[in-house]
Design a protein around this ligand. Structure first.
Ligand SMILES: [Fe+2]
Length: 384
């Protein structure tokens, strides 16, 4: 007998301007000296200034502390330095603000606060991780959904490989989804991060793992994004669209408790080997993987099509899939993400290496149909 477990526990505060509630929420969490964790790029932004003003409205000085050294692909050193900054400030809680990297570092640093001697390579899920420092997550992009995730992806110093540190105790005690903070995100990044969130919803919905709660969340996430992403792309100040994207991105990350699929397995090496943005890589790969999957499992995308607003409920399986895939192709093209891989600098000579890494990736085992290394290589060739 196999069982499924369901859980949606993160308290979330949603709304444009909701960051202003932070001081009273910190009080509820008994946090008086928070450490703010972010990356150097974010410190100069309006989003960060807004946070600064909320934390210290009269500019009275050190009631909060800052670690701003997070790297784009966060390292073990980022986590160690965050923990050191926390101790130096005698802090009592962590606020991470930024994209997925800052949130992952803020989340993981609490492991080292509980166990200062820990090397992340030796992290053990079975150890007692109760009572971690309170953690507040404030995303400034609508993509990874890391704010509602219970894992953190960190490059381990000893092996130079990415490790996924997973534990329910890593969950944020509060997530603030404030559209004001994503207002300044440029259109290109809005599109790329948005397509990552869209792919999370789509791939988790078609993952064979039994989790109907997540299926419903994934479909509603798609429904929200189909309307909100083009609006947020055209007009970054459309706060309703920005808000819907934030919540849809969080929904995507909740949904991928079901895990993802072959699109993410193709996308990960495109980032590590060829330096593509993760969301862009997903956008470029998604329709080809959908076509591959639909050929082997006709009708797979009918309900995705319905969520996209297409009238395909009574169409034949082949037509429902074809129209949904066409829609996704047009959707990403309207967001400027329909190039070939070669236009992003991917070389024919790299394809074997990419396929070697894609087959090692942990996402494709939950692709709706199994994929081989040769099939992943063929997909790269189609996309080149
Ligand atoms: Fe992703």
């Amino acid at each position: 007998m196999s069982y499924s477990s369901f859980s949606f526990p993160t308290p979330t505060l949603f709304g444009a301007g909701a960051t202003s509630e932070l001081p009273s929420r910190l009080k509820q969490l008994r946090v008086a000296r928070p450490l703010v964790v972010t990356d150097p790029g974010l410190v100069a932004t309006e989003a960060f200034k807004r946070l600064e003003k909320v934390l210290d409205p009269r500019g009275q000085g050190q009631t909060w502390f800052l670690f701003q050294g997070v790297h784009p692909n966060p390292t073990e050193a980022d986590v160690t330095e965050t923990a050191a900054a926390y101790r130096a400030g005698r802090c009592d809680g962590v606020i991470a603000i930024g994209g997925g990297s800052a949130l992952d570092v803020g989340k993981a640093a609490r492991l080292l606060l509980k166990r200062p001697e820990l090397k992340l390579a030796g992290y053990n899920y079975q150890d007692d991780w109760t009572g971690l420092a309170p953690f507040v997550a404030i995303p400034t992009t609508a993509g990874t959904g890391s704010e509602v995730g219970r894992s953190s992806v960190i490059t381990i110093a000893a092996t130079q490989r990415k490790a996924v540190l997973f534990h329910p105790e890593l969950l944020a005690r509060l997530v603030i989804l404030d559209a004001e903070l994503t207002r300044g995100l440029p259109p290109k990044l809005t599109a790329a991060t948005g397509l990552d969130a869209f792919t999370h919803c789509l791939e988790s919905f078609t993952s064979p793992v039994f989790h109907p709660l997540c299926d419903g969340i994934a479909l509603e996430g798609i429904h929200l994004m189909v309307e909100a992403l083009p609006r947020a792309y055209r007009d970054g100040h459309d706060l309703e669209a920005r808000g819907h994207m934030l919540v849809a991105a969080a929904m995507g990350a909740v949904a991928f408790q079901k895990d993802l699929g072959a699109t993410h397995s193709l996308a990960h090496p495109l980032s590590t080997v060829c330096g593509l943005h993760h969301g862009t890589a997903n956008a470029l790969c998604l329709p080809a993987v959908m076509r591959f999957n639909a050929q082997r499992k006709p009708g797979l995308y009918r309900r995705v099509g319905v969520a996209c607003g297409l009238d395909v409920l009574k169409a034949s399986a082949a037509e429902a899939d074809a129209r949904t895939i066409e829609f996704v192709e047009a959707f990403r093209a309207a967001l400027g993400l329909n190039q070939r891989l070669r236009e992003h600098g991917v070389k024919e000579t790299q394809l074997e290496t990419l396929a070697d890494q894609a087959i090692q990736d942990g996402c494709h085992p939950t692709n709706p149909v199994p994929v081989t290394r040769q099939e992943l290589l063929d997909l790269y060739r189609v996309l080149l």
